[in-house]
Design a protein around this ligand. Structure first.
Ligand SMILES: NC(=O)c1ccc[n+]([C@@H]2O[C@H](COP(=O)([O-])OP(=O)(O)OC[C@H]3O[C@@H](n4cnc5c(N)ncnc54)[C@H](OP(=O)(O)O)[C@@H]3O)[C@@H](O)[C@H]2O)c1
Length: 331
């Protein structure tokens, strides 16, 4: 089978579509023929972080496809079931944080950008019937992260005022859809006026240009919750936009990991700052019930054939997308 394997060189130069050997199934596993896999910003980071001289790594965290083989002890799924893959191992129940054996697919363990993926039956879920393969393929990691950030960590309630910086991002697009479904009033930011217009179409109540002075644009209005994933470029502005006692939840730092921030402003503001990363399998199942109940469909910007993977990565790197990018492995 073919897979996108990283080795030899740091970055995109070390990523190749390569023929590799299929492996045998364990008793509790299923073999999935991948239809569409989803790109995440973390895949760009993986190309920088993975040791090119270490073991070759199949990258990617998201995929959906059809079961072609089941292990002898598999009871919940059968051949031809259409499924999506939970993008991690080692975190079953909802908790403050996973144990140390929590690992995300695609780095440090082999991931989903392959014609075939093997997964434990306890780490997959049936694809929502109304979803296309494109929608199912791009959903898992970003939607799960958004779900935990907003509900488990942000504890969003109906009527809350929520700010989402960087709305062009894949995870941010789910945050907008989920927050609106929960009855929140949602403000988004983007560097692109076109993306702001599209977010307003999608239900955002208000849009700000990321680089403008938000405080002036908002006329002093503040937020109950900010969900931050842009990182250094917007961190202080996001914190300054909270109402006293408000909560900022962070799961990304696309523009840099290190910031200076005003400690006195922080404690006078009685702010809460919470980190979050992805989510447990229990939250994954809750998220799937939530998207089905609210008929939420992922915003799929573009799907590239696997042979065009380099173009897909550049498209993501240049933040051209509004929503999610997919890679097609089979029709
Ligand atoms: N911890 C976790 O479990 C987890 C899970 C998912 C994602 N993440 C992280 O969350 C972040 C977003 O992920 P994603 O996959 O949704 O990313 P993405 O699709 O690549 O989107 C990132 C967005 O951030 C904004 N942005 C990028 N550079 C910017 C800059 N210099 N100034 C202002 N805004 C900028 C852009 O929004 P506009 O185009 O609208 O300006 C861009 O669309 C990444 O850092 C990712 O690693 C973490």
């Amino acid at each position: 089978m073919k897979a996108l394997v990283h080795y030899g060189k740091t970055g995109l130069e070390g990523l190749r579509l390569k023929e590799i050997q299929s492996v045998l199934l364990k008793d509790n596993e299923v073999r999935i023929k991948v239809k569409v896999a989803g790109l995440n910003h973390r895949d760009l980071f993986t190309l920088q972080q993975h040791d090119p001289n270490g073991e070759p790594l199949i990258i990617g965290s998201d995929a959906a496809g059809v079961i072609t083989e089941v292990g002898s002890k598999v009871t919940k799924f059968k051949v031809n079931d259409e499924v999506m893959i939970y993008p991690a191992v080692g975190w079953d129940r909802k908790s403050d944080a996973p144990d140390d054996d929590f690992k995300i697919l695609g780095n440090p363990i082999n991931g989903t950008f392959a014609e075939e993926v093997i997964a434990a039956e306890t780490h997959i879920a049936l694809k929502p019937k109304s979803y296309s393969w494109e929608e199912a393929g791009v959903l898992s990691l970003a939607a799960l992260t958004a779900y935990r950030a907003l509900f488990s960590r942000g504890e969003v309630k109906k009527g809350d005022k929520v700010l989402i910086p960087g709305i062009g991002g894949g995870a941010a697009s789910f945050l907008l859809q989920f927050a609106k479904a929960a009855g929140a009033h949602v403000t988004v930011t983007s560097r692109s006026k076109e993306k702001l217009a599209a977010a307003l179409e999608l239900g955002a109540d208000q849009g700000l240009v990321t680089d403008e002075d938000w405080s002036t644009a908002l006329n002093g209005d503040k937020f109950d919750i900010v969900i931050e994933s842009v990182g250094a470029a917007t961190f202080q502005k996001s914190l300054d936009s909270l109402r006293k006692g408000g909560t900022m939840v962070m799961f990304g730092s696309s523009t840099g990991d290190v910031v200076d921030f005003n400690l006195r402003g922080f404690f006078y503001g009685q702010f809460n700052l919470k980190g979050t990363t992805m989510g447990s399998f229990e939250e994954y199942q809750e998220m799937l019930q939530f998207v089905e109940a609210h008929q939420i469909h992922p915003i799929v910007d573009k799907v590239f054939d696997v042979e065009g993977f380099e173009e897909a990565f550049r498209y993501l790197e240049n933040a051209k997308q509004q929503g999610k990018i997919g890679i097609r492995f089979a029709d």
